[in-house]
Design a protein around this ligand. Sequence first.
Ligand code: HEM
Length: 667
Amino acid sequence: MTRSLTLVDELVLTLLNEESGYFRQVPGWNLNCAIVGAALAELSLMSRLDTDLDSLIFLDGTATGDPALDPVLYRIAASPEQRNAQYWIERLAPEAESLIDLTLARLCDLKILQHHDGDFWSLAGSAWRMGLHTGSEVGTAVEFVKTRISRAIFNNEIPDPRDVIIICLIDTCDVLRFIFELDEESEQRVEDICRMDLIGRAIADAVGENIAGPLFRRSALAKVIPVVKLRKLLLSKHVRSGNLPAILAELHAEYGPVFEVRPPFADNMICLVGPETNHWVHRNGRMHLRARDYLEDFEKVYGGVGLLPALDGADHFRYRKSIQPAYARARLEEQLDEFFAHARNEMTTWQVGETLPAVGMCRKLVNSAMSPLSVSIDSQDIVDEMHKFKDRALKTHVGRTLPKFMLKTPGMKRRARLVGEVVDRVLSVHTPAQRAGCPRDLADELLTMHSNDRQFLPESNLRFVLSAPLIASMYVGDQLSFIAHAMVSQPEFYEKIRAEADALFADGDPDREALTGPGTDITRRFIMEVMRMHPIVPLSVRNVANACEVEGYELPEGVRVFIATTATHYMEDLFPDPFKFDIDRYKAPRREHLGTGYAPYGLGTHTCLGSRLTELYLATNLLMMAHYFTLEIAPRNYKLRISPFPSMSPNRKLKFHISERRHALPA
Ligand code: HEM
């Protein structure tokens, strides 16, 4: 492909840190000034603007066709007064975020960058041919830009005007020294180059003038974080039902986006709630928040250090990238036959006339396929005990709702030993001869990672990572129990889902196209709506690693924050009539789930890696339940109550009565 990049594209590419999958840590204001400066410089090179020492002159308003440049051009064209470059940089800097987003999207469209879940970017593998500016050499786009820059800095070649600007912009961001090794002489050369260009100088001035400003203003104007009145909190009708997202949405209406809850006998909780804080966490969390601290204790329970949910920065990105294929939905799609066989096998244990605890029944159904498909073992005999152990470990070491010694009772010690039992089972079936010819599973990927880099994934972490699928089945099972409850308790939806299920299974088991096509539209939107109203992971916990300001509130370094990712699910502005169960929210043109307001799988860098796989597990399990059985809620007058800790699930009183088997269960 031959095509020229704009200066904004080049700046974004050069700032990309391939190890961390994000930009080099450039203070926001500097980055914003540099991005706007790049847009102004590109518009000058395109003869839409001209600059002299005192002013920036508008020449031509013809659209450039570049979505990041045209809005800047129109803003300047519409201004009645002539201003200088520094004015426009400062004026437009607050809007630079959208320029960055547009540029990233364009670079992905051009297949120069690749976007990964969790808002990580990496260079796409394909070679890229640079067009107008550097002839016809082949290499990655970043290599081209870096080569040009290094020639100008180190070979004393006379730089092209574009190179002058790009060097000046990167210098403004203060990251040249991370990209190149600069000695005194080359630093002097950079300074000389930067003096060659007016726009470049204007940017540097804008940054210099403002460098102390935003920081200073932050502490002077920071608002005081309001403290929630506990009495008021306890009076909320949602406390009785245990609906944490709804409680937090209610508090948001009264206290705003940042508030503190001071529960008795527990640590104070600073909560970030609402669409703005969700957006902030998704976008900026990686620079200010850290996951490691709150999971430190929990890691010890499993004897590991540096487990995926507790990693941050470059290590975290590397881990996610290496393990991503193992969580791909395609793996399950390729093994649907086995999936159906395992799930049906579990369903043969459901006898007509019996009444089963909803949560346990759903967890076991999910685990019946998840355990053999992800780690190639059957663990139905011990999975209940494993879930009890994990539940207690989270309550004692993460939620801190129980004292730590509660994990040391004789029963819990016995369950702790089962983690070792799971690992032994997995290892015993993962010898080369036994795996020959088998499709690779999660355990294969993990064991390969372990043998390739024993520091990165040490043996001490295998206990956790190899037993994690059994833990994941607990989460999926809990979500499934909410979904099954919603189906069975709403006859009109039960009918519709059953109709979809019967049509799907009419001629044998459905294939992947049938499961994702229009024939499961209602089931899929139904599941989305249950996950809005009853997300099982209602919030994320982090520690502030770098002091920051969120919505005008200062969060000092070291404090623990509770990010109420799903409180937005109950906000009228985003989901009108939020307590109404309405599966049409997800249809065009409403599509209320788009954006960071819908977050059942979390936000930002730690966004769930198994989300697409989970969607398929949930849909297939629900459709099978609807096809093979008629279930009733027991007791009949049951009203949904939620156990909010450690993750949300229907309370233990919910049971399903198996009143009919509708179809025979083929082996
Ligand atoms: C209904 C089921 C599930 C829900 C609601 C869910 C939700 C979430 C959420 C909210 C997070 C982010 C936590 C945080 O920010 O601290 C997360 C992380 C994660 N989830 Fe899920 N999850 C589910 C099932 C699964 C399954 C089945 C798998 C694997 C097969 C999985 C793999 C992961 C992993 C590996 C992470 C950590 C990602 C990271 O730290 O970068 N999840 N999940």
